[in-house]
Design a protein around this ligand. Structure first.
Ligand code: BES
Ligand code: MN
Ligand code: ZN
Length: 499
């Protein structure tokens, strides 16, 4: 979508559709009041008649409103004025975007960034609206023989801001919000692509495509031989059971001086997780195509950073493989090595994510990053603990964790911290090797974090378990694009770029 910002009187905007907000109890937003005045009370007449209650996200499309230059006016419900918050604001924008897609206007001027969202400034409101407009119309119909997209989807939107002086802050906010939305959409596409197409090879090609698109991005893709040369025995042990060869995908984004240490992003890229020899039950196993959602988020975030031109350096590392059962697959009880040198007793081959991440963290360490953030659909118990709303966040650097959690709140993509006490770590002791790959049923998300922490020694490191948040099941099945918004906002903050 093409997005821009503009200031000026709503009633004087020449546009196919002017979008204005209306609260419950017939309260008008500033833009709606301007339209009401210009149209001699047309809107207040409709509201008095009860045509729109104003509940959050309700919409009403009005053609030929007198006194305005717009071809149509779209009213969007905002709920009670004093209850307007981040969530209702985003919902109102998303519903407006949906209505605009079906209205067939193709283009619109959206007057919602003026709304007073408690605790959020204009930059936040513009960035959130831009991101939401970019993501609300997302569809994944690549594999439909006859896709049925809206006849005239919204292609172009102008985000109106109240004053000329607001434009200076609104412009970078549009850039950041739009880059966030597009990065999330890329992550969704990768996640939704089935595992027979989205293989480790495919992830490598997608990284190369990203590098071809942005001058500041460079890709390096290691195949089985290079992975062996690297001593990545843990990644290999998972890949041993698969027919498709593994990849270690490395991306560099250079947005700042070469002397500046990069931030490292590490994403689990298990393109299908059958469980291996510790095979999973068959119900819902199709959803294990999403087990590369960490990798997808890493690519999406690099895309966002590159598109926004964030002034920082990134190093992205994605260990990509399938986890399959086979005659050559790792068996429960096998003891394997790792790039770091620690020996691991594999008690359950379904705890494969931590194995591939262990080697990726070790590889990332050699790139001398200032901080490392890994993300992974790592444990089913993250869903038990936090459901589908918050990521589980763990790590060894309090300042990093605080900033990630804050970025998540700001981005509407929140996490929640879990502890990594030594007592949990002791659950991983093995009678035969240095560490076991599972810590028993209690606190499964935490013991997975403890396992990774053992391979993150000497790093400022954080881990996001996104098992509950990366995709939705059921009627609205599909990848969410999370945690791209959290990460993009975090990176913007690290780059001193807080719109
Ligand atoms: N990819 C799964 C985690 C997962 C399961 C994410 C279900 C989302 C939904 C991971 O590789 C896994 O299988 N973890 C095991 C770990 C256990 C064997 C210690 C799990 O959570 O059951
Ligand atoms: Mn598994
Ligand atoms: Zn997995």
């Amino acid at each position: 979508m093409e997005l821009k910002t503009k200031s000026g009187d709503p009633v004087r905007q020449r546009t196919a559709c002017l979008v204005v907000g209306v609260y419950e109890r017939r309260r008008l937003s500033d833009a709606a009041r301007a339209v009401d005045t210009a149209s001699d009370g047309y809107l207040s007449g409709l509201l008095r008649r009860g045509d729109l209650e104003g509940q959050v996200g309700q919409t009403l499309l009005l053609p030929d409103v007198p006194g305005v230059r717009a071809d149509r006016v779209l009213l969007v419900g905002l709920g009670r004025e004093r209850d307007l918050n981040e969530r209702s604001y985003r919902k109102a924008v998303a519903q407006a975007a949906q209505a605009l897609d079906s209205a067939g206007a193709g283009e619109a001027t959206v007057c919602l960034a003026e709304l007073p969202v408690r605790g959020r400034d204009l930059g936040w409101r513009v960035a959130s609206a831009a991101e939401t407009l970019e993501t609300a119309g997302y569809r994944f119909d690549t594999f439909k023989s006859q896709p049925q997209p809206p006849r005239r989807p919204l292609r172009q939107a102008t985000l109106a801001v109240p004053r000329r002086a607001d434009l200076r802050r609104a412009q970078p906010a549009v850039t950041l919000g739009q880059a966030t939305g597009r990065g999330a959409n890329l992550a969704r596409d990768l996640g939704n692509t089935p595992a027979n197409v989205c293989t480790p090879t495919y992830l490598g090609e997608q990284a190369e495509a990203l590098a071809a698109r942005f001058d500041a991005v460079e890709a390096e893709v290691l195949g089985p031989d290079a992975i062996a040369e690297q001593g990545m025995a843990a990644l290999r042990a998972v890949a041993d059971g698969a027919q498709t060869p593994p990849r270690l995908v490395v991306l560099h984004y250079r947005g700042a001086d070469a002397a500046q240490a990069p931030l490292a992003l590490v994403g689990k890229g298990v393109t299908f997780d059958s469980g291996g020899i510790s095979i999973k039950p068959s119900e819902g196993m199709d959803e294990m195509k999403y087990d590369m959602a960490g990798a997808a988020a890493v690519l999406g975030t690099v895309h966002a950073a590159a598109e926004a031109g964030l002034p920082l350096n990134l190093a992205a590392v994605v260990p990509a493989t399938e986890n399959m059962p086979d005659g050559r697959a790792t068996r429960p009880g096998d003891i394997i090595g790792s790039r770091d040198g620690q020996r691991i007793e594999v008690l359950n081959t379904d705890a494969e994510g931590r194995l591939v991440l262990a080697d990726a963290l070790s590889y990332a360490r050699d790139l001398q990053p200032a901080e490392v953030i890994d993300m992974a659909t790592l444990t089913g118990s993250a869903i038990i603990g936090l459901g589908h709303h918050r990521h589980a966040v763990m790590g060894n650097a309090p300042g990093l964790l605080r900033d990630l959690l804050q970025a998540g709140d700001r981005a509407g993509d929140p996490g929640w911290e879990l502890p990594l006490d030594e007592a949990y770590d002791e659950q991983l002791s093995s009678p035969f090797a240095d560490v076991a790959n599972i810590g028993g049923r209690p606190a499964g998300t935490i013991t997975a974090g403890c396992f990774l922490q053992r391979f993150a020694h000497g790093l400022r490191w954080a881990h996001l378990d996104i098992a509950g948040t990366a995709w939705r099941s059921g009627e609205r099945k599909g990848a969410t694009g999370r945690p791209v918004p959290l990460l993009t906002h975090f990176l913007a903050g690290r780059a001193g770029w807080s719109p």
